[in-house]
Design a protein around this ligand. Structure first.
Ligand code: GAP
Length: 626
């Protein structure tokens, strides 16, 4: 295939694989695209990081496959997240739940009724957009009351409108309109009732072709399936839109078997599915993706105050330090925001590339008391007034109160309360005024929740009163802090961040452009490459294979004997391999016994080469990749 052809199809893959299907009308504005993203998409395919799903069948919009390097990268991200959540801290255990769960779960969580975006369809191409993602446009709108085809004796009374940029010839609008009426069966449409109007900042037209869009209407994002051999309304189920709900549903089981005490967390990594209206920006918004979620269960503030005598307040921004028993939800929330920012820095995303965005009250999800989004400044991110990148969401850290467990308690009619021995012991020792104050505060919070989810006022008040009485006996539904991250978005951020170009000398010492993926060694797909200097020297090859065998149990190793050594380095630079080991004649002791069993260790970023002992390789490299 000609090289130009490859570049063209990859460009389409980035913009939107479905964009070219039915779109033959003149475009009002060429879609904006970023050269850097095109380069990255191309590199991802060429080096086997990411492929378009079902590519040989023309692709499937919103679905992606990870090639050999991409699969390793993702695995490293997930392994490190899992280790940082479980092995490297106390009080977090794992779960691996099914993707399809009881449909009532999605009623309880609110996904059935509220998990929808407003969407609009192009009247011409039927392409679907999220209403809030249509860029405001200005220009001249042409309106038509219908069209006739005298020769065929046909007419259409469907009204239509098309927008063209100011100063553009009306012929563009007429051509769009004629195509619309041709789709209604008129071979030679004569447009009827044309009138025009100047419009500013409208979001009613398709920015790709100027056609009118439908009115915005809600579209549920859950992907439906049916369980069992017969398809009917009774066995409709959904591919989970988030991994979180399984954790809530299994909360009691996990608590019992792991014998944890609050505060403690349950984490999970797994696939999630959303029928996104407009998948875009490469893998950023996909229809199938992976999440890494932690649900961290804490005492409600009233229980903290009863046990500790107070609820500590945040002293200011930044990491609040080691967790303390008197922390309420605000300090726990702040703690997890800082822990998560630290995680991203520990795998190579500089702090300056990240943004901590506090959602405004009107942006909060129905369950959230506060949410901080961790944004990464992707090349395709929106820009602020001064042209600075604003960033796009990598992770949301939400304070979800006791909403989810309370909902499952109501819907499944199973208690989600925990018993807190310390609270039971502390409560009778409080003075009556304090007891009354805490009870009242707890009652009000429960009442607010119950009324919000539609309980009748009388029943809600009765239930909230019972909940407050149970608190005094040591029972409550835990509150939750949820750091929820996307594996694919993080992989994309790491790829964007790693990409760089510099100059390096070729075999003849001439400077050439070098593409380097500067992945942090912790997440680099391949940790080390092993090269015999020459492939036709059996002693070098044998020694190199010995070194590979030595390293293999500890890290991912790539062995390469083909081509000039400089070319082999370049290939690994582009794959992001942080270390390269070359076995040469010194290794064999040909230049003196003092260099026998030493190799050169090349650093990808500095290209510096050090002579090191083979015997020291495992500890030296392991320390740098952990
Ligand atoms: N349980 C909470 C939850 O699911 P979310 O903000 O909807 O919250 C969490 O999703 C993370 O999942 C996001 O920050 C993002 O990294 C990832 N994510 C969500 N939708 C995605 C999509 N369509 N494609 C890729 N990643 C997505």
């Amino acid at each position: 295939m000609a090289p130009g052809r490859v570049a063209f199809s990859l460009r389409l893959a980035f913009l939107d694989i479905s964009a070219g299907l039915a779109n033959t009308v003149p475009s009002m504005a060429e879609p904006k695209t970023s050269e850097l993203m095109e380069t990255l998409v191309s590199l991802c395919k060429r080096r086997g990081f990411i492929f378009q799903s079902s590519e040989i069948y023309g692709g499937l919009n919103g679905f992606w496959d990870y090639g050999p390097l991409g699969a390793e990268l993702k695995r490293n991200i997930k392994d490190y997240w899992w280790r940082s959540m479980t092995a490297l801290r106390d009080g977090v255990v794992g779960l691996d739940a099914s993707i399809i769960m009881h449909p009532r779960i999605w009623e309880a969580s609110g996904h059935t009724s509220t998990f929808s975006d407003l969407m609009v369809d192009c009247l011409l191409t039927q392409k679907r957009f999220r209403a809030d993602q249509i860029e405001p446009q200005s220009g001249t709108a042409y309106f038509y009351s219908g069209a006739t085809d005298a020769a065929a004796g046909k007419e259409s009374k469907d009204p239509f409108s098309a927008l063209i940029a100011w100063g553009k010839h009306p012929g563009y609008a007429r051509e769009v309109a004629r195509q619309f009426y041709k789709q209604r069966g008129l071979k030679e449409p004569a447009l009827q009732g044309e009138r025009s109007e100047a419009v500013s900042n409208t979001t009613r037209y398709n920015p790709e072709n100027g056609s009118l869009l439908t009115e915005p209407r809600p579209f549920n994002l859950m992907l439906k399936t049916s369980v069992g051999p017969v398809e009917s309304a009774d066995n409709v189920s959904y591919l989970r839109p988030e991994t979180a709900q399984a954790i809530f549903v299994q909360f009691k089981n996990v608590l019992e078997v792991s014998r944890q005490k609050l505060p403690f967390g349950i984490c999970q990594i797994g696939k999630a599915f959303r029928n996104e209206i407009n998948p875009r920006n490469f893998t950023f918004r996909s229809r199938e993706f992976e999440q890494m979620e932690l649900e961290f269960f804490i005492r409600p503030d009233e229980a903290v105050e009863a046990v500790c005598g107070r609820v500590a307040q945040p002293a200011g921004p930044g990491h609040p330090g080691e967790p303390q028993p008197d922390w309420g939800w605000q300090l726990w929330h702040q703690y997890w925001v800082e822990e998560r920012l630290g995680f991203y820095e520990s795998i190579g995303l500089p702090r300056a590339s990240l943004v901590e965005y506090w959602q405004k009250p009107d942006e909060l999800a129905h369950y959230a008391r506060a949410t901080v989004d961790v944004l990464y400044k992707f090349p395709f991110s929106k820009r602020g007034q001064n042209g600075e990148l604003i960033g796009e969401e990598l992770e949301g850290i939400a304070a979800r109160s006791d909403f989810d467990l309370s909902q499952h308690q109501r819907f499944a009619a199973r208690p989600m309360t925990v018993f807190d021995e310390e609270l039971k012991t502390a409560w009778p020792k409080l003075d009556p005024a304090k007891q009354a104050g805490l009870s009242e505060g707890f009652f009000q919070n429960r009442l607010k929740y119950l009324l919000k989810v539609g309980e009748a006022p009388g029943a809600a008040e009765k239930q909230a009163r019972q909940d407050a009485e149970a608190l005094a006996k040591g029972y409550y539904i835990p509150h939750v802090i949820e750091p929820s991250a996307g594996v694919d978005r993080l992989a994309l951020a790491l790829i964007c961040n790693a990409y760089s170009q510099d100059q390096a000398p070729d075999e003849r010492g001439k400077l050439e452009t070098r593409v380097v993926m500067r992945f942090h060694p912790r997440i680099a797909p391949i940790k080390v490459a092993v090269f015999p200097l020459l492939k036709n020297k059996p002693e070098l090859v044998q020694k190199a294979k010995e070194v590979r065998g030595l390293l293999r149990p500890h890290m991912s190793v790539f062995y390469d004997e083909a081509g000039a050594i400089g070319r082999r380095y370049r290939r690994q630079d582009e794959a992001g391999t942080p270390f390269g080991i070359t076995i040469d004649f010194d290794t064999l002791g040909e230049k003196g016994p003092e260099l026998k069993d030493t190799v050169t260790l090349r650093d990808r970023d500095t290209m510096k080469q050090d002579r090191v002992k083979i015997a020291g390789l495992v500890p030296m490299l392991t320390a740098r990749i952990r």
